[in-house]
Design a protein around this ligand. Structure first.
Ligand code: MIG
Length: 812
């Protein structure tokens, strides 16, 4: 296998080098890693795979080859690169890219096989060192736009802005607040021709990305310490970059299906009676929901892993009763362990006995003030400490808690100006792949929250190996999607924050975090108006994670708080999310394979919107859920003024009416009960009968809504939603396609993969856009009944379940 790859690489690479540079093949050698030295500095360039370049530079020897972000298999992979010398530069070629490294300046330029520049150093000053840190400079073409960096504020495109990477408890952050809770040093760049590249700086220290803000047309980035170790992902388009990034840092594991349901939270439901009331009300009001949250007030004196027995006397009974109502509970478990010796508090006692806590430089335990008062902090950079931490979950898991919430893990410390622990605090790295050594908090800060959630995730897997863990984390780093879902922290109940949430969640999705949400209704600030909460729920219904959450000092924010009329609108949107669960779940499954986010910018599906100067697809408030649904909130969210929606191409359908639009643009007059959603021509969207929870089995048929375009396609994916049995074959995957022509539509059902037995007893085909005055249908040549609705332009056809190759012929 190696050999085949190598041969292809050499042949294609050399052809490419010859064409581009007229270099004689005799001069080229094939290397796994290219190395050069200059003025005591070292550079190593390798290609973990043909379309990804890794660059490491050290001032005195190469930096340690280790990573928290990049998975080992990707980091240690190499594909052969052909190395030649054209006199001025070393020319490194793979089948997918070519890098030229100027031999005297080390200026690096990466181009694609057509000679188009992927990423190039600036002409001068491409790298400088200062104190312990460094800054790298890349040229910013005028038509390039930049995305990524997680949920940074400031709109979808990063161009013209600068950001700091330093995980921060940013309570009350504003619309340009920075830094926030997460540091994800990954950027996706795309130009107006749809070329895209990725850039990952694998460095955990306090860092920055500056997109031409301080130096014109220069993308500069760097850190205050640590390695120069970065990856250039060659695309060629944005989807390819997303997949390359998932290959490097891992895709999020498939979440339990219930995590895609509606989640109701509050800081805090203070006791069992309150939580039961919420459960009862959800069910009485028929608001579909899957998850309730327990925030910090359930604990005894805010000590993690304790329960105040007066407030919550019997967790196991409570959780069992709620499960009987198809509701699951996620418990908060903060990482700050109360500094409570001799108090019978076992997280402290066992942690102290195992010497797991972070140290001051004098070797005493570092103590910081947080919710429990004085607290000590686990050293998650030791794998044995993560094991210990993970073990703490056994009790709550046994009681029946379904998932866990890791908050405050920037880490947040009260009463310090910098809101976190001193930079001298000592961590010990004891981790396969790393040299065992001490590391300062300066180095470990940005990765601390991710390692906290990793300990939680891996601990839960050990406790229950066949149960998909659900962990929600506030702080994280590149690669953190392997362990936890996330949310955008303490937003505020304002229209501007609702608007901001869209680019935040899109950029999180492009940065690996496919499972992301925001506090629906807003966390801080004054209470949301009825209209604001309603709109927030309408948009949240199409977000990956859908959780209503609010601060402790604020009024109730559940779906029903503003009266029946508002509740009725909100219920319809939550119901729609549950009807769309088969679609949503298949997006989650795709995400687990290739990192494609559930919520997407329009340009990810339609790169030419970049060329059209469309503010990334109509408006930056528009987003896609998967490849087929486009959600188009008003760009001035609270304004009653009409607004235009531009669609990427003609022939789209209105999701709610199912009717086909005449052109590629439409005007919307805002109405509180309407969130415009459009369906891509060519989509086949699976929808299920309404349920009140993913724990309830839908009854009847699966609907396949067909929206013909030139062709159409959809995919069904299903499994038990909670276990890993899908990895052992217990899944269902089926492709359905259609072709339009000669006044009819031919649908083809592929054979099924996997042996999971679905809940449905048949398919209801709803074909949209049917304008002919009659219709016939034949399944594998046999006539089947068709119901035509001329007003809605639909045909409805009830079919038995189809599990093997079949053809449905629909004609006039
Ligand atoms: O200092 O656990 O962002 O969602 O409700 C506040 C209480 C601590 C911050 C989280 C918020 C949560 C709150 N927490």
């Amino acid at each position: 296998m190696r050999h085949a790859v190598r041969n292809t690489g050499a042949v294609v690479g050399l052809a490419f080098a010859l064409a581009a540079l007229a270099i004689s093949p005799a001069l080229a050698v094939s290397l796994q890693r290219f190395h050069a030295a200059r003025d005591g500095q070292d550079i190593e360039i390798s290609a973990p795979r043909a379309d990804i370049l890794r660059v490491r530079i050290g001032r005195s020897g190469l930096p340690e080859d280790a990573s928290w972000a990049v998975v080992d298999a990707a980091r240690t992979a190499t594909t052969p690169i052909d190395v030649a010398d054209d006199g001025v530069a070393s020319v490194l070629t793979t089948p997918a890219l070519q890098a030229r490294l100027n031999k005297s300046t080390w200026r690096l330029t990466v181009v694609d096989p057509a000679g188009h520049t992927i990423l190039a150093d600036t002409d001068s000053g491409a790298l400088d060192f200062h104190n312990g840190g460094f800054r790298l400079r890349k040229a910013m073409p005028v038509d390039a736009h930049y995305f990524g960096l997680g949920d940074k504020t400031g709109g979808l495109d990063r161009r013209g802005q600068a950001f700091t990477l330093w995980n921060t408890d940013a309570f009350g952050y504003g619309e340009s607040g920075d830094p926030l809770y997460k540091s994800i040093p990954f950027v996706l760049g795309a130009d107006e021709l749809g070329h895209a590249f990725g850039l990952l700086l694998d460095n955990t220290w306090r860092g920055f990305f500056d997109f031409g803000k301080s130096e014109r047309d220069t993308l500069s980035f760097g850190a205050e310490g640590g390695p120069i170790d970065y990856y250039v992902l060659a695309g060629p388009d944005a989807k390819a970059v997303v997949k390359q990034y998932a290959w490097l840092t891992g895709a999020a594991p498939l979440a339990p299906m219930w995590a895609l349901g509606f989640q109701q939270s509050r800081y805090s439901y203070k006791n069992e009676a309150e939580l039961r009331d919420i459960a009862d009300r959800l069910r009485a009001d028929r608001i579909p929901a899957d998850v309730l949250y327990m925030d910090i007030d359930y604990q005894d004196r805010n000590r993690p892993f304790t329960v105040n027995p007066k407030a919550y006397p019997d967790l196991a009974k409570l959780f069992a009763d709620l499960r009987g109502m198809n509701l699951r509970v996620v418990m908060i478990t903060d990482l700050h362990v109360a500094d409570a010796p001799n108090a019978g508090y076992s997280p402290y006692d066992t942690g102290k006995a195992g010497n797991v806590f972070l140290k001051n430089p004098d070797c005493s335990d570092y103590v910081g003030l947080v919710w429990p008062g004085n607290a000590v902090f686990p050293d998650f950079s030791r794998s044995s400490v993560r094991d210990w931490w993970g073990g703490l979950y056994a009790g709550f898991h046994a009681a029946g808690a379904a998932g866990f919430w890791n908050d405050m893990n920037e880490p947040a410390i009260f009463q310090r100006r910098d809101r976190t622990m001193p930079l001298e605090t000592v961590h010990h790295i004891e981790e396969p792949g790393f040299a065992a050594r001490t590391a300062s908090h300066s180095e470990m800060h940005n990765v601390y929250g991710m390692l906290n959630s990793r300990g939680t995730y891996e601990g839960l897997l050990k406790i229950a190996p066949d149960e998909r863990p659900f962990v929600l984390t506030r702080a994280s780093f590149a690669g953190g999607q392997r362990y936890a879902a996330t949310w955008s922290g303490d937003n505020s109940s304002t229209w501007n924050h609702l608007k901001l949430s869209i680019p935040q969640l899109i950029n999180l999705g492009l940065s690996g975090f496919g499972y992301a949400g925001d506090d629906i209704g807003g966390y801080g600030g004054s209470a949301p108006s009825p209209e604001l909460l309603t709109r927030w729920i309408e948009i949240g219904a199409f977000n990956p994670i859908f959780r209503d959450h609010v601060a402790t000092d604020k009024p109730r924010q559940e779906v029903w708080v503003h009266g029946l009329e508002q509740e009725a609108i909100r219920r319809r949107y939550i119901e729609e999310r549950y009807r769309l669960m088969p679609y949503l779940y298949s997006l989650a499954e795709e995400n687990s394979r290739n990192g494609m986010p559930l919520m997407r910018p329009v340009f990810l599906e339609f790169p030419d919107v970049l060329a059209k100067g469309w503010d990334f697809g109509g408006t930056m408030d528009q987003f896609m859920l998967g490849a087929d649904l486009l959600v188009a909130p008003p760009s001035a969210m609270e304004s009653p003024a009409a607004y235009g929606v531009r669609l990427p191409g003609a022939g789209w359908y209105d999701y709610w009416s199912g009717l086909r639009l005449a052109g590629a643009a439409t005007e919307e007059i805002p109405a509180l009960d309407r969130m415009p959603v459009f369906v891509r021509p060519g989509a086949i969207i699976p929808r299920q009968p309404l349920v009140q929870s993913t724990g309830e089995t839908p009854k009847g048929a699966l609907e396949l809504a067909v929206y013909p375009g030139d062709s159409c396609r959809g995919e069904l994916y299903l499994d038990d939603g909670v276990s890993f049995a899908f990895q052992r074959g217990a899944f269902l995957r089926q492709k359905v396609t259609c072709a339009s022509g000669q006044g009819g539509v031919t649908m083809t059902f592929g054979g099924r993969e996997g042996d999971f037995k679905p809940w449905w007893n048949g398919f209801t085909i709803v074909l949209h856009g049917w304008t002919a005055s009659n219709a016939t249908a034949f399944l594998n040549g046999l006539a089947v009944n068709v119901v035509r609705d001329p007003r809605m332009q639909t045909l409805t056809i009830e079919l038995p379940d189809i599990s093997s190759l079949s053809v449905l012929q629909i004609g006039a």
